[in-house]
Design a protein around this ligand. Structure first.
Ligand code: FDA
Length: 309
């Protein structure tokens, strides 16, 4: 309930202006965002690699309003991939991309623009020796995102998808994408969705997550289990063993700044663990989703405000 309210309020441009300008916000942002520049995120990737962790890097931004901005986002990814290659980090890091940031919502031409920009990023990733995963946004974009994914996979078969366990359709989508060569990140889902399309009871979302994990781990693809939920991580480990999955045939994923000790614990147990590493100046939407996920984060935010006022 609190989460739905927060996600709703966050769409107000007044709230956004106040939040972005408050000096304290910066302090909270640093917990979840690896920096504003490509140099900073490359340095953070190096730190993770030294700790035995993989990364998937997200150039923050989702409110792209014109073609020039969409092309600039694609250019930023291409530049980042060149830097990762030069730093010898592409064995440790790939990129995560939102099609809305690449222009998907720019009217009738949006899909063509987003696909062209995604292709440019896939080329840059291939040249650098790594891969791209398409993030999943709200349910109105699921079909378009999966269509673009299918198109990209003709030339770039290693392009990864994200499926959200809170959507009622997702178990069926998992069956469609559990084939050889397919990389699928399974997460719970972070947007405010109506009950018609999504489970709203957290226990139902968890049960859906388990059903989806079973499909993906029993399949022939490469599952990427993205959750911080200790119960789901344990079930994932059990199912991977049960399906005789080798450690290099699946991975766990967590967000930068969330349960870092657990990330290191899983890596020390021999699991591949990839950290979702966001960077850039357009961090507002990402930060709101992280705060909405957990009341304790709001308390942390409020405490920072008080200690600075
Ligand atoms: P849940 O929210 O139930 O949290 C379980 C436990 O994890 C909590 O009790 C707490 O200990 C810890 N925790 C979780 N969130 C926290 C937070 N914000 N701060 C502090 N502690 C927290 N979503 C989406 O819609 N599209 C996408 O493309 C992606 N991509 C993505 C990539 C990766 C690598 C991850 C890990 C997650 C995503 N997500 C996402 C976000 C995802 O849908 C979901 O909102 C969050 O992962 C939180 O869900 P959990 O599975 O962690 O469970």
């Amino acid at each position: 309930m609190l989460r739905q309210v927060m996600l709703g309020v966050s769409r107000s441009s007044t709230v956004k202006d106040v939040a972005v300008r408050a000096p304290v916000t910066r302090h909270v942002v640093q917990r979840f965002v690896a920096g504003e520049t490509a140099e900073e995120v490359v340095a953070a990737t190096r730190t993770l690699a030294d700790a035995g962790l993989l990364a998937t890097i997200d150039h923050l931004g989702e409110d792209t309003t014109d073609r020039a901005q969409a092309d600039a986002v694609a250019g930023a990814y291409a530049d980042l991939l060149t830097r990762l290659g030069a730093a010898g980090l592409t064995r440790h890091a790939e990129v995560s991309v939102k099609l809305s940031a690449l222009g998907l919502l720019l009217g009738p031409d949006g899909r063509r623009i987003a696909r062209a920009n995604a292709e440019l990023i896939c080329h840059a990733a291939r040249n650098a020796g790594t891969t791209v995963t398409l993030d999943m946004e709200d349910h109105t974009l699921t079909d378009a995102t999966l269509d673009v994914l299918r198109e990209l996979r003709r030339d770039f078969p290693d392009t990864g998808a994200v499926l959200q366990a809170y959507l009622r359709r997702t178990e069926a989508d998992c069956r469609d994408l559990a084939h050889a060569g397919s990389r699928v990140r399974l997460c719970k889902g972070a947007y405010a969705e109506p009950a018609g399309v999504a489970f709203t009871d957290p226990a139902e979302v968890d049960r859906s997550y388990v059903r989806c994990m079973k499909v993906l781990l029993a399949g022939e693809g490469y599952p990427m289990l993205a959750t911080h939920d200790p119960r789901l991580v344990e079930i994932g480990r059990y199912l991977a063993r049960d399906h005789r999955r080798s450690p290099d045939s699946y991975e766990f994923q967590m967000l930068y700044g969330i349960r870092p000790a657990e990330q290191e614990r899983l890596a020390a147990l021999g699991h591949q663990v990839r950290v979702y590493l966001p960077y850039g100046s357009d961090w507002y939407g990402y930060l709101v989703r992280r705060l909405a996920e957990r009341p304790a984060n709001l308390t942390f935010f409020a405490r920072s405000l008080l200690s600075r006022s």
